[in-house]
Ligand binder design. Structure first.
Ligand SMILES: [Zn+2]
Ligand SMILES: [Zn+2]
Length: 246
């Protein structure tokens, strides 16, 4: 399986960038994890959204969910007869909360094209299975591990340091981890620093760490150096259209 990054900016995106979105693929199965601002346009480079098997929204911060609204419009006004509603795995209450952002459309607007399923229930799409663990963030948020056969990729979503979280990623071949801040510590209940992302990978004993969700003003070289101070394995930084193959 592989993961194509469709957007990796933390919190907001600068010119030519997009916020969080990752396309998990295996064969003809496609699962989009997060759909932040700018992700939908990049998704069209790879597939028609009707080809998605499911969407995961790790949490309702705009940089992870904003493009769900225009995707809803695309699906509604370019329907494919006979297609089931597209499953959106998201924290409990997401549908009503998101619909309240556009009250003029009325309740049920998103339910016309999406079927919401509450996280953290695990699910399977084709050969890939997804399981979830809560993170330490400002609002309910879920990290995930995607597994196909004996291959696993972990994704931290947004989180601050949590002593229990590294164990969730043990056995992963690669960990896609947010590294928003620099310096020794991130901000509790907000985000990790790059040092903490490195420590997360070291504690989880994963061979490969892929940094994402950098603060757009941060110097990436410094972020990489700080993570490398805590993690001795293969270290990369991913940006839009980058791929992780396991
Ligand atoms: Zn974020
Ligand atoms: Zn967030």
């Amino acid at each position: 399986m592989d993961v194509v990054a469709l957007g990796t900016s933390g919190s907001y995106a600068k010119y030519g960038e997009a916020c969080s979105g990752y396309l998990f693929r295996s064969g003809t199965t496609n699962v989009l994890v997060d759909i932040g601002n700018g992700v939908l346009a990049n998704l069209f480079r790879y597939l028609d959204p009707h080809e998605l098997d499911a969407i995961v929204v790790t949490h309702l911060h705009a940089d992870h969910v904003a493009d769900l609204f225009p995707l809803g419009l695309y699906l509604r006004w370019n329907p494919r007869p006979g297609k089931d509603l597209l499953e959106v795995h998201a924290p409990e209450g997401s549908c009503a909360l998101l619909e309240s952002f556009q009250p003029w459309a009325g309740p049920g607007e998103l339910s016309r094209v999406f079927r919401f399923v509450d996280l953290p229930a695990p699910f399977t799409a084709g050969p890939m299975s997804f399981r979830f663990v809560p993170t330490r963030h400002l609002i309910p948020t879920f990290a995930l591990v995607c597994q196909e056969g004996d291959r696993r990729i972990g994704f931290s979503a947004d989180t601050s340091w949590d002593e229990g979280l590294p164990a969730a990623f043990e056995g992963c071949d690669a960990l896609l981890c947010e590294a928003t801040y620099q310096g020794p510590k991130g901000i509790d209940r907000v985000h990790l620093s790059a040092c903490e992302a490195g420590r997360m990978a070291a504690r989880a004993k994963v061979p490969r760490l892929v940094l994402t969700h950098l603060w757009p003003e941060s110097d990436p070289g410094t972020t990489m150096a700080e993570a490398a101070g805590e993690f001795a394995g293969t270290l990369e930084r991913i940006s839009a259209h980058g791929r992780i193959v396991v």
